[in-house]
Design a protein around this ligand. Structure first.
Ligand code: PNS
Length: 161
C-alpha cells in the first residue's frame, strides 16, 4: 500500500530548511504533497502562486514531491488528497509546544491521520521564513539558507522596493 504524506505550511518563502524536511519525507513516503496554506486572514509577503512557483522550482529534483495549495482545515485537505500522514519539521524545543498542540488538535479532528515529525539538520535550526525576509530586507546574507530561485525572488522583491 502506498503512503502519501502532506507537508503543509506557509512557505513564505520556502527555505533550505523546508527543502531538507521535504527531501527527508520523500525518502520515507511514496508521495509527498508540499501544500501551501491560502490564508485569507493573513496577507503574506509573497502571493500563494509565487510561493508555489518557488517551492516547485526548489523541489523539482525530487520526483515524488508535488506542490499544491489549500484552504480550510488541514485535516479535510489531507483526507481529500487520500493521504494518511501530516509531516512537520522541528527545529528546536521552542517549536515543539506549538507543534504538539497542533498535532493533538488534528488528531482530535481526524484520529486516523498521523502527524510525523522530522528533525531538521542543525545547520538550519535557526532558519525561518520570517528571519530570511527580515535579514534580506536589511542587507544581510541569506545566500546559504534559501534556494537560488528564492534568493533571486527576494532580490526582485526587496532591492527594487
Ligand atoms: O508554516 P506554518 O505557518 O507554521 O504552518 C501552519 C499550518 C499551515 C500547518 C497551520 O496553520 C494549518 O494547518 N492551518 C490550516 C487550518 C487548520 O487546519 N487549523 C487547525 C490546525 S490546529
Amino acid at each position: 500500500m502506498k503512503v502519501r504524506a502532506v507537508y503543509p505550511g506557509s512557505f513564505d518563502p520556502i527555505t533550505n530548511g523546508h527543502v531538507y524536511i521535504a527531501e527527508r519525507a520523500a525518502a520515507i513516503f511514496d508521495e509527498v504533497i508540499v501544500s501551501i496554506l491560502i490564508n485569507e486572514r493573513k496577507q503574506g509577503s509573497f502571493s500563494v502562486s509565487e510561493r508555489c512557483e518557488m517551492a516547485r522550482a526548489s523541489l523539482s529534483h525530487v520526483s515524488n514531491i508535488r506542490v499544491d495549495s489549500f484552504n480550510g482545515l488541514l485535516v479535510d485537505y489531507v483526507k481529500q488528497c487520500d493521504a494518511g500522514v501530516i509531516v512537520r519539521g522541528l527545529r528546536a524545543m521552542s517549536d515543539f509546544e506549538y507543534e504538539f498542540q497542533m498535532a493533538l488538535m488534528n488528531r482530535k479532528l481526524a484520529p486516523e491521520i498521523e502527524t510525523f515529525f522530522i528533525v531538521t539538520d542543525p545547520k538550519y535550526s535557526y532558519v525561518s521564513s520570517s528571519s530570511v525576509r527580515e535579514i534580506f530586507h536589511f542587507g544581510g546574507s541569506v545566500r546559504d539558507v534559501v534556494p537560488d530561485v528564492v534568493f533571486e525572488k527576494l532580490r526582485e522583491r526587496y532591492r527594487d522596493a
